[in-house]
Design a protein around this ligand. Structure first.
Ligand SMILES: [Zn+2]
Length: 217
C-alpha cells in the first residue's frame, strides 16, 4: 500500500495533476488465481475480454479499480516470475493507464502505441526489463525498424515500439508535448496531432533510434 501511495503521488507530480483523481479511493483486488482474476474482470469491471485470458495478462485497470493477479499464482497461472522491482514497475504502468483514462478526452480511440508506450516509458520498464527493451534494440541492430503506420495497426508492435516514440517525443519536443497528447489527443493520429510533417517526424525518429541504439564497432 505504501508503494501505491508513493506511486499516485509521483504520477500526480509528473503528469501535473492537481486534483486527487481517485478521490481518496482506489480499489486494488488481488486475485489468488487466474479463474478469480477473470471473474473479477467480468463482474467488478464488467469488461468483456476474451476468455480464457492469456497467461501474459496479469493486470487490468479501469477507472479507480485495478485487478491484479496475485504473485503467489505466477508460477502456475502466468508466464512471469515474481520480482519486487518488476512488480513495482507493473503497478506504475497500470496506474499510468488509470491517470490517462481520467485525463484523456477520448481514451478509447487514442493509438494503442501511445497509451502502452507512455505506461512503459514512465514506469521505466524499457530501461530495466529485457522484455520491453530487446525488441527495439534488436530491431535497430537488424535494421528492422517498422513504420509508424505498421505500429499503429499492430498491437504487438505497439507494445514493442511505442515507448521509443514516446521517449523520442519527450527528448525532442519536451514532456509538455507528451502531456498535451495525454490530455487532448483523442485519435490514433498522434503524430498528426503534434506535427504537420509526419514524414519528417518519422525520419527523425528513425535516425534518433539509429543514433541511440546502434552499437557501432
Ligand atoms: Zn498497459
Amino acid at each position: 500500500m505504501k508503494e501505491v501511495k508513493e506511486c499516485i503521488y509521483e504520477l500526480s507530480k509528473k503528469l501535473v495533476v492537481k486534483e486527487d483523481i481517485f478521490k481518496k479511493n482506489i480499489n486494488i483486488y488481488l486475485a489468488p488465481n487466474r479463474n478469480e482474476f477473470e471473474y473479477l474482470i467480468l463482474n467488478i469491471l464488467k469488461i468483456n475480454i476474451k476468455m480464457p485470458t492469456n497467461k501474459g495478462r496479469i493486470a487490468q485497470p479501469q477507472r479507480t479499480d485495478l485487478i491484479l493477479l496475485c504473485p503467489s499464482a505466477y508460477g502456475t497461472d502466468s508466464i512471469y516470475k515474481y520480482n519486487f522491482d518488476d512488480y513495482k514497475r507493473l503497478l506504475i504502468h497500470e496506474m499510468v493507464h488509470m491517470f490517462h483514462e481520467h485525463l484523456s478526452v477520448d481514451m478509447e480511440n487514442i493509438a494503442r502505441w501511445f497509451s502502452e508506450g507512455i505506461a512503459i516509458y514512465l514506469s521505466k520498464q524499457n530501461e530495466d526489463e529485457d522484455e520491453f527493451k530487446t525488441p527495439v534494440i534488436d530491431g535497430v541492430l537488424d535494421n528492422k525498424i517498422p513504420t509508424i503506420e505498421d505500429i499503429n495497426n499492430d498491437i504487438m508492435l505497439s507494445y514493442d515500439w511505442g515507448w521509443s516514440i514516446v521517449k523520442y517525443i519527450d527528448e525532442t519536443y519536451g514532456f509538455d508535448v507528451v502531456l498535451n497528447i495525454v490530455r487532448n489527443c483523442g485519435s490514433d493520429d498522434v503524430i498528426g496531432f503534434i506535427s504537420d510533417d509526419k514524414g519528417g517526424f518519422e525520419n527523425n525518429w528513425r535516425n534518433w533510434l539509429l543514433d541511440t541504439y546502434k552499437i557501432i564497432d
